[in-house]
Design a protein around this ligand. Structure first.
Ligand code: ADP
Ligand code: MG
Length: 649
């Protein structure tokens, strides 16, 4: 039996029906996902959507949101439409469902017209249970026409905070969802998110046209997770090593740069700590091998960028260390939250040195460079591509960012962000050469293979595809020529040639990966003075980022319980002190009670000290008679009141 057959065989098992209070759901949970019971509020959400009510489910990352739509979708007739913003996540979930013998398809930008049709027709005729779609495909006529022929059980909106302008990740295309609701008046909506401040919770329900307010919320308090902030006194590397020595067990160390993942992992290994590194630039095979070795416990520490974590679920991570400070509490909470999923004591430690706050603030300027700079980049791009004034509308050109930056002496990070802003403001469309795989689908029947005259090289390529790509006769499968070449012991070029030749002979369809990044001019070239960045693209977003950065700075310096501080940001105002974070542990015992006058005097003493001693970094401020926690609290207050010189903050 081949892979394709086995997939069909599994799906033909009848789905259990919903019987009484979650009985059917429970057997689906068990049969398809192998879990014995629901977690937290999963069941409540499932019952709510099962009863046809619009529902907003708020659960922290790793809480198990996917189950809340996957289980009811399997229990109900028809197909569940899942709107999800991240293509990588979408592919991941579709792959997971298929591994479990569940029929699922995805439609997103970057697929060819042909691929999209195949996927959508499968959903109409193929008894599919899930159709994942990226929001920018929703308004396409093709999509809407095909959707009209589908029997949709309900609509899931994953990462629902993306619909809110006030969320930390607003995506304009999410506002299309309400139009889709009009096409599917009977289908209720299940909105899911891990991050929503109270204002965003309201907004999501309004934007999605909820028939009545209905929020199911799980507490964000993680009582077994001890948060701590560690001021670095030696080097960050040394501090990580010491922390890993103090905290045995599996660990993740997050860094912001790819190169740092490599360097730190190599150094830790040289110091006798079992470590590997992980970032988005590794090949698919390297990523899976490393993640698996870490997951199994063969490697103790994984040093990674934020590319690591999605879809990873290791229950016994004892420690998550942040080498650099994330620029939002949302990101920090998610990454830190990967520790201690098993409920046992775990630590989340954020490193911090004298430069941290300045580095954080610079990130705001890097992400939102001054508007004049953005206009300058626009003009330079036009020069670089030799686009005359008034020309260019609809024109697409190859564009290599690196060469452009060299030619015009731009910092890549800033130029990159300027291009992002120009695309969001609608001047250009810009496709970076990110995540893009080649795809293959067989166009012939399996038995026909015996009738083709294939060269030995072609035969090996075909055998590889049949062996490794499930469902390749009915769906496009992702391939990685580099990996194929390594496995087959053939040069990569030769593998590609075989694929092209097989495609020419109509044995399969091959869509090669695009290497070439490009820019399309959406409008004719304008004068640089005419470049306008709308408030919703620039000023609002920049302000929000600055607020998040402030919240992170506040987290570093707060004397309060860190768990209380974090969950309050997510709208839980009545949480109790955790008792395990660094602040709770030092718990007031070194915090003398001061009168307002004494506090004022101490603040003044700090300001005087800064001025007289020409202090250049906060870490230089120490008073033998003042405990660190109190000093931190007062520095925090001075910073919030903007009373410290700006070079210190
Ligand atoms: P979220 O989307 O909320 O971040 P996921 O849906 O990705 O979380 O789930 C996180 C992990 O929890 C997954 O590995 C999933 O298999 C696991 N999980 C979800 N529900 C249960 C359950 N009822 N019992 C055990 N594990 C579960
Ligand atoms: Mg999720």
């Amino acid at each position: 039996m081949n892979a394709n057959d086995s997939q069909q065989a599994k799906v033909s098992t009848p789905l259990p029906t919903r019987e009484g209070k979650g009985g059917g759901s429970l057997s689906i949970l068990h049969q398809y996902f192998g879990f014995s019971s629901f977690r937290g509020i999963q069941e409540e959400i499932i019952e709510s959507i099962g009863a046809g009510r619009d529902t907003l489910g708020l659960m922290p990352t790793g809480g198990g949101k996917s189950i809340t739509f996957q289980v009811p979708a399997l229990a109900m007739d028809g197909i569940c439409l899942v709107i999800s913003p991240l293509i990588a996540l979408m592919k991941d979930q579709v792959a997971h469902l298929r591994e479990r013998g569940i029929k699922a398809a995805a439609v997103y930008t970057g697929m060819t017209h042909d691929e999209i049709i195949v996927a959508l027709e499968n959903c109409i005729f193929g008894n599919y249970k899930f159709l994942y779609v990226s929001p920018e495909r929703l308004h396409s006529e093709l999509f809407q026409a095909k959707l009209a022929h589908m029997k949709v059980s309900f609509i899931t909106v994953d990462e629902a905070h993306c619909i809110s302008q006030w969320g930390y990740d607003f995506r304009p295309s999410y506002t299309e969802i309400v139009q889709i609701r009009k096409l599917l008046p009977k289908a209720p909506v299940l909105a899911l998110t891990a991050t929503a401040t109270p204002a965003v919770v309201e907004d999501i329900q309004r934007q999605l046209g909820f028939r009545e307010p209905n929020v199911k919320r799980m507490s964000f308090v993680r009582s077994n997770l001890a948060y701590a902030v560690e001021r670095v006194t030696t080097t960050k590397e040394q501090t990580v090593l010491e922390l890993l020595q103090q905290h045995p067990g599996s660990a993740i160390v997050y860094t912001r740069s790819r190169i740092a993942t490599y360097e730190l992992a190599a150094w830790l290994s040289s110091q006798g700590v079992s470590a590997t590194h992980f970032h988005a630039g590794l090949t698919h095979r390297e990523k899976t091998e490393r993640a698996d070795a870490w997951q199994r416990g063969d490697i103790r520490v994984i040093v990674a960028t934020n590319a690591f974590g999605m879809g990873i679920d290791k229950p016994d991570v004892r420690c998550v260390i942040h080498f650099d400070i994330p620029d939002s509490p949302e990101a920090y909470f998610q990454e830190a939250g990967r520790a201690g999923r098993d409920g046992e004591r775990a630590d989340a430690i954020l490193l911090y040195d004298e430069r941290s706050v300045a580095v954080l603030k610079r990130r705001i300027e890097d992400t939102f460079p001054p508007e004049e700079y953005v206009a300058q980049v626009y003009e330079d791009v036009c020069c670089f591509l030799q686009m005359a004034m008034g020309d260019g509308r609809g024109v697409t050109r190859e564009f290599a960012l690196e060469q452009f930056c060299q030619a015009f002496k731009h910092f890549p990070v800033r130029a990159y962000n300027a291009l992002q802003l120009l695309s969001r403001a609608g001047y250009i469309e810009w496709a970076d050469a990110e995540e893009n795989h080649s795809r293959v689908m067989m166009t012939c029947q399996r038995h026909e293979f015996y009738t083709f005259q294939l060269s030995p090289a072609m035969e090996r390529v075909v055998h590889y595809l049949l062996r490794t790509c499930t469902g390749i006769f009915s769906e496009y499968a992702y391939i990685d020529e580099k990996e194929m070449a390594a496995t087959l012991g053939m040069p990569e070029q030769l593998v590609s040639e075989q694929l092209v030749e097989l495609s020419r002979r109509h044995i399969l369809r091959f869509i090669p990966r695009k290497f070439i990044p490009y820019i399309t001019f959406v409008q004719r070239r304008v004068e640089r003075e005419e470049i306008m960045l709308p408030k919703t693209v620039y000023a609002d977003r920049k302000r929000e980022m600055a607020e998040r950065v402030e919240t992170m700075v506040g987290y570093l310096l707060t004397p309060e319980c860190r768990s209380v501080y974090l969950v309050a940001y997510f709208g839980e105002k009545d949480a109790k002190a955790c008792g395990v974070c660094d602040n709770c542990r030092s718990g007031g015992k070194d915090r003398p009670t001061l009168s307002p006058e004494e506090e004022k005097a101490l603040c003044q003493r700090i300001l005087d000290y800064v001025e007289k001693e020409h202090v250049t970094s906060l870490t230089q401020i120490h008073f033998p008679d003042v405990p660190d926690s109190l000093l931190g609290e007062l520095l925090h207050r001075l910073m919030m009141e903007e009373r410290l010189p700006s070079f210190l903050t």
